[in-house]
Design a protein around this ligand. Structure first.
Ligand code: GLU
Length: 510
């Protein structure tokens, strides 16, 4: 068999083990494979490596398929879509592995190993004590196959090991890491099938990659030490090698492996936070790669056309949350209004700010509010907090900054003037506010920050937030609409604040 004898296409695969949620390192591996396949008109295969029966769970497989699809990746062959070289779940391929192990046994390239765990452990400790590397001694290497089969028939258990040369080097050229070599003395005959009958990872992965005609193996660098064992297997079967590309590990800012300590790490967490899939893909692509012209905000289509495996860097990829959230803000800006609302609603509902049924006027208002309040938001989960500017007005719980702003003589003058001028009003809007502010400025001589900051605090009970020319129209309109938590109008706010401060409009009895 020659590599790719079926087709000239590039064939890549993503081969996750369904033992947990898919995290950014694995998602980056999936993305790089997908980008290469899509750019070159190749084939992207999804293969589920579920031979670890204890840790693999069908729900993890479902989650990872959901996460990959959410990211915008699709595959041409896989457990859910089928394909010419299936099945695509390793647990359904056990007969194929056994058949191939038998071939190696018959050819004298593999042998049954009857050593018990205890014996192997003892051997390991002895080797370490003598300062030798703890490789398998090869004790069962020369047991004739006939004798081994008799022992198996009589009920003994055995693993199967690959017979590898005792000396020499395994060399390969890695697309990312360059020339790599391993000393065979440090390897020892690897187990290819365990005594339980389950294939070892190094064995099943080679059988599958070869039978699925994989041309490029792109995966995390944590697998680089497995690669010589895998190469020896390709050689044993006389199969051509795929191209290998090992991607550097994803680290936190402190240069340790990215983990929960650093923040969100699974795709599912980022999705729940309200990071857009296009922003996450954009950022994941930058973990070890950068486009030639330095443009940063890229769509999936742009990534497909720009991606270049030969530009992938071997240095550790540092995960920079700020950069991810910056990219997310840029991608949020590119969304149409209706999409922003659609993505915002689940968070607003969860926070109890909107109900299940929304009338058309409320929907229109929400769309405008989302548009305004999304400004500067890192991720959608921050929106309810932003909306509290509108839904929560609590002059009794001012923060220090707001307290300082209103506790000056000039601020009191301004507030009192606004209270006076609005006391007889029943209607309010931004034009009225602008006119009254002009009058207050003229009458008191107070202007700029000294004028506007106290007014902002009176209307919002906060020291900062939306510009008032945007805020006032929003709450005036919002106050007429139906929401689970009603929105207070400007006049209600001014009166509530005034009574708390003990400001009474002139002419009203104290
Ligand atoms: N199942 C392996 C993992 O999830 C895949 C390794 C490979 O790509 O060869 O790490």
């Amino acid at each position: 068999m020659t590599r790719n004898d079926k087709t000239d296409k590039i064939r890549v695969r993503f081969a996750p083990s369904p033992t947990g949620f898919i995290h950014v390192g694995n998602a980056r591996t999936a993305l790089f494979n997908w980008l290469l396949a899509r750019q070159k008109g190749g084939v992207f295969v999804l293969r589920i490596e579920d031979t670890d029966l204890e840790r693999s769970k069908p729900e993890y497989e479902r989650n990872l398929i959901e996460d990959l699809r959410w990211l915008g990746l699709d595959w041409d062959e896989g457990p859910d879509v089928g394909g010419e070289f299936g099945p695509y779940r390793q647990s359904e391929r056990l007969a194929i592995y056994h058949q191939h192990a038998q071939k190696l046994l018959e050819a004298g390239q593999a042998y049954y190993c009857f050593c018990s765990q205890e014996e192997l452990e003892r051997e390991r400790e002895e080797a370490l004590a003598k300062g030798r590397s703890p490789v398998y001694s090869g004790r069962c290497r020369n047991i004739p196959l006939e004798e081994a089969r008799r022992r198996l028939n009589s009920g003994q258990q055995a693993a199967i090991r690959l017979k590898i040369p005792e000396e020499g080097l395994v060399r390969f050229s890695d697309l990312v890491r360059g020339e790599v070599e391993f000393d065979l003395k440090l390897i020892g005959d690897p187990i290819i099938v365990r005594s339980t009958g389950m294939p070892a990872y190094n064995f099943s992965v080679v059988i599958d990659d070869a039978l699925m005609h994989i041309t490029h193996v792109i995966r995390g660098e944590d697998h680089i030490s497995n690669t010589p064992r895998q190469i020896l297997l390709y050689q044993a079967f006389d199969w051509p090698l795929p191209v290998f590309a090992h991607l550097s590990m994803v680290m936190g800012q402190d240069n340790t492996r990215l983990s929960k300590r650093h923040g969100a790490t699974s795709i599912d967490q980022f999705r729940r936070e309200g990071v857009l899939p296009q922003a996450l893909c954009n950022y994941l692509a930058f973990l070890g790669w950068s486009p030639p012209e330095g443009k940063e905000v890229l769509t999936l289509e742009e990534l497909v056309s720009l991606f270049d495996l030969s530009r992938v860097n071997r240095a550790a990829a540092i995960f920079d949350y700020d950069k991810l959230y910056w990219l997310n803000r840029q991608h949020i800006k590119l969304l149409p209004r209706s999409k922003k609302l659609e993505l915002a609603l689940p968070y607003l509902r969860e926070a109890g700010l909107v109900g299940d049924n929304i009338g058309p006027a409320e929907e229109q208002w929400l769309s405008q509010a989302v548009e305004l309040l999304l400004e500067g938001v890192d991720k959608f989960s921050e929106l309810p907090q932003k909306f509290s500017l509108i839904f929560d007005f609590n002059p009794e719980a001012l923060d220090e900054e707001a307290k300082v702003i209103i506790n000056t003589e000039s601020a009191r003058k301004v507030l009192k003037a606004l209270v006076e001028k609005t006391s007889a009003l029943s209607d309010f809007n931004y034009e009225v506010f602008a006119r009254l502010t002009g009058e207050i400025k003229k009458e008191t001589g107070i202007k700029g920050r000294d004028l506007y900051h106290p007014l902002r605090v009176m209307l919002t009970a906060r020291a900062s937030g939306l510009e008032l020319d945007k805020f006032i129209p929003l709450i005036e309109e919002g106050a007429r609409l139906k929401f689970p938590r009603p929105i207070k109008s400007s006049l209600e706010r001014i009166r509530e604040f005034a009574s708390l401060l003990g400001i009474e409009p002139a002419g009203k009895p104290a």
